[in-house]
Design a protein around this ligand. Structure first.
Ligand SMILES: C[S@@+](CC[C@H](N)C(=O)[O-])C[C@H]1O[C@@H](n2cnc3c(N)ncnc32)[C@H](O)[C@@H]1O
Length: 290
């Protein structure tokens, strides 16, 4: 890594969550294995709402003309797959710290998709990207034990990275959970210890501050009700597959995940957390750096 700035959860912490069992996640995610808030336009299935979300971000990076796309935190590959389906000339590069996710992607043999078990902080681009998307990964770019200043420096390093690997005025589409009426002092120890170790959420103002002078925000949606609805689907699917889930990951993990999904429904319902979708554009020349 070219910087001494701490940039979030370690590989071990990420794998604690995402390498639990692909078969377990398949029991309650939609068939595309998209693990982030969907985008609901009406009375539709979870799969359809997940596709809406992928398309929303792909539209923001002008996928129809993009030939090189970077997905930071590519999960099980649904965005990359959708991108290359929509634009057969597009080459997608996905980064993840989860070996299990990348093994699952490799089994598909999807053409024009390349993945790397690597943090964005270590990624060297072969050539600039036409667009960058990052969905549900920013939540791991800071740690609870960091000072507010260290946290901001880590976020800043992410936007410096995105600026470096994108083209002039290039688009960046970001989706992340943010603190709203709660903050890190109220962050549940249960999440920190059992579900998402070494991870802390951003406030919206921290994202804006970290991007200042590098990217301008061109669009912002607050969709917390969409995440509550997504989580209700996941929770009922998990409960419907209780016995299979326990057989795969054990009773303790099942209870943890049921509790985690239920707590998240309440958090998004009450507004202690928000779900932000941000479309940004690289500033050229960069503005005055704070
Ligand atoms: C909640 S999943 C979201 C996956 C996918 N974007 C989706 O919406 O289905 C978070 C992803 O971020 C990845 N991640 C976390 N920290 C990362 C980092 N520093 N660099 C690259 N990927 C990271 C994880 O490995 C995982 O793939």
């Amino acid at each position: 890594m070219s910087t001494t700035v701490a940039t979030g959860a370690s590989v071990e912490a990420i794998q604690h969550h995402y390498d639990l069992s692909n078969d377990f996640y398949a029991l309650w995610l939609d068939p595309s294995m998209t693990y982030s808030s969907a985008l609901w336009y009406g009375d539709e299935s979870l799969s359809s709402a997940q596709r809406n979300k992928l398309d929303w971000h792909l539209d923001r990076v002008q996928i129809d003309t993009a030939e090189r796309l970077l997905d930071v935190g590519c999960g099980w590959g649904s965005l990359l797959h959708r991108a290359t389906e929509r634009n057969p000339r597009c080459h997608g590069v996905g980064l993840s710290l989860s070996a299990a996710q990348l093994a699952a992607i490799a089994e598909h043999h999807w053409p024009r998709i390349e993945t790397r078990l690597e943090s964005w902080a270590d990624h060297e681009a072969d050539a600039p990207y036409d667009g960058i998307v990052s969905i549900g990964a920013f939540e791991h770019f800071a740690r609870l034990d960091q000072s507010p200043r260290e946290k901001l420096e880590g976020y800043r390093a992410f936007f410096v990275f995105c600026h470096r690997v994108s083209k002039p005025r290039g688009p960046l589409s970001l989706q992340t959970i943010t603190y709203e009426t709660a903050d890190r002092e109220q962050f549940s120890r249960f999440f920190a210890e059992r579900i998402f170790p070494e991870s802390d959420l951003p406030h919206l103002h921290e994202i804006a501050q970290a991007a200042h002078g590098l990217f301008e925000i061109v669009e912002l949606r607050n969709d917390r009700a969409h995440y509550a609805r997504t989580l209700r689907h996941w929770l009922s699917a998990l409960r419907a597959h209780k016995d299979e889930a326990i057989a795969l990951v054990g009773e303790r993990a099942y209870i943890d995940y049921e509790r985690y999904l239920g707590l998240m429904v309440v958090a998004f319902h009450t507004g202690t957390m928000n779900l932000c979708r941000l479309a940004l554009r690289r500033l050229d020349p960069p503005g005055v750096l704070a």
